[in-house]
Ligand binder design. Sequence first.
Ligand SMILES: [Zn+2]
Length: 365
Amino acid sequence: MADVALHDYLDALPKVDLHCHLLGTVRPATFAELARRERLDLPAPAQEVFAGINSRPPDPELYRHTRIPMPQGRSDDEPEVSYSLFQVSNWIREVLRDGDDLTRIVYEAFEDAHRLSNTRHLEFSFDMVPGHLASLGYTGTVEAYAEGIRMAERDFGMTGRMLAAIDRSGTGEQALEWIRTVVANPHPYVAGIGLDNLETAGPPERFAEAYALAGQAGLKRTAHTSEHVPAAQNAITCLDVLGCDRLDHGYFVLEDDAVVARMRDEGIAFTVASTTSRRSWRPWRRASIRAMLDAGLNLVPASDDPGLFPTTLGREYRILADQVGVSREELTAMALAGVDACWLPEDEKARVRARFESEIAELRR
Ligand SMILES: [Zn+2]
């Protein structure tokens, strides 16, 4: 049963979101408007498309022996007609015409985070510049995003940073080329790099060179890991070969007690998301989050693709309270852990942390 007082507390709790994909934050209404403008043919109205996102799972055989059983088959809430997350992301990419569109979607991501979740600091990832926006180039694209962050700083008192994401379905050489571009054009708001897309399509070690280059340039590093492949070892590779500072998802670290112990001892932060999964897998995700907490791991709730699924960071906190049995104290600690794991400069981070602590003390009175 929902605890209203706890929900009120969680809504008022200041939060940071360290894991969301810019294209995944786009509002259905914004996408519908841009799709009309660009005369993009959609198989259904935009709202319906977003409500029907449910990517197909990789080979079920992979998950035969996982410690937390992976539900197979359909769940009760599966949509009649479904659309893959990657297909919808491509449609969103297609309807973005210019720098103003890019600034707009960044600004709206921050506006929603501020209004719906009381998020104070947001780090989003972006991928390679789509071909039809080539005239903007890398620097024009990043500057358009930065303008959206500056507007959010001014209007909502938030802070923000960006991550350049490597698409792991590409080759190591493509990733290296992309990170060369990022490193050659440093921007104060591009704090680091990430690695996303289906883990079955690209093992982390493929991107060692790109990560090494980013590290030499002083960029922070994270990667989606142990999300689709039931191998805890990928998380170790992300730390030891890629030099990651934090990790995204990581549920399958539970497959190996030694890996769990190391992650706990080193206090590695995992950004976790309970909703942005194939629907039938959500119970598995939530059970995994519970087990990771019980094992003493350092978890930071994240929204991941809040426009597409849809969810909000605030809703993720409520789900953890209502369905994962996470206590008020644990959730408060997770909000502060998010500050500690963020990629603001140390002095700015200390200011955010002090503000969070005083607001939390006030909330408790
Ligand atoms: Zn993600």
